[in-house]
Write a protein that binds this ligand. Sequence first.
Ligand code: ATP
Ligand code: MG
Length: 237
Amino acid sequence: MSAIGRMVCSLSHDMRHSLTAIYANAEFLERHDMCIRERADLVLEIQKAVLTMTELLDSLLQFGCTGRNNPRVRTCVSLVVEKAVAAVKFHPDGRDVSITVGRLPSAEADIDALNLQSAIFNLLLNACQAATSSTDVPEVNICLAEVDDRIYVTILDNGPGIPASVRSTLFDPFVTAGKPNGTGLGLTLARRIAEEHGGSVCLEESNPKGAVFTLSLTKNRSPDLEDLIVVSPTSSD
Ligand SMILES: Nc1ncnc2c1ncn2[C@@H]1O[C@H](COP(=O)(O)OP(=O)(O)OP(=O)(O)O)[C@@H](O)[C@H]1O
Ligand SMILES: [Mg+2]
């Protein structure tokens, strides 16, 4: 039950962000000053957000039927980063932010791509929200590095840094500051997903000119314990 509770919690959190993007794009579509090309892009983004929600629901159904999480698949992590960047650019809080992508080596790892994309999206969205509240032009940068058997995804922003009121409890659930609709789950979920990939999420730096977060993961994961359990036939079989 606790595993299902965690899954439902993370799914509801991610679906709220997809719904926010759909709502904002639908509002844009009502405007009369848009060309056909812009309208087509907005419709495409709505379709992508719906597909993401469908994938999330599918993973919940799969978990309900089999009791297993999404399987780990060898994937190029830079592709996951690119998808997260594309998704956050269509979120209303990411739309006006200049998001630059730095070095993206084509490192591969055994990952749950959907969950990892969600963790990176949450870090990017926080960075965009913080950058928007700065007096400078909002800027966010993301890059990827490969060191031995680890991959590091680093996200920098030029926002005002982490508010002092939440600095020591940043990764605890329901800790939020300065956001009218913040649930305070984004960092908790991002860190948990990184831990499930043999890594973590750390705050590297925070000052009045910005913040830097790093998500790390291990490239080669040994199979989960539950995958190793062989169900032996009972004596009545
Ligand atoms: N890059 C950042 N710069 C400044 N403050 C940040 C940054 N990232 C996180 N924070 C602070 O940490 C708090 C917790 O972040 P977290 O992502 O867990 O929750 P949230 O963004 O408030 O809500 P949500 O559940 O929608 O993500 C934020 O409310 C914000 O005050
Ligand atoms: Mg957040």
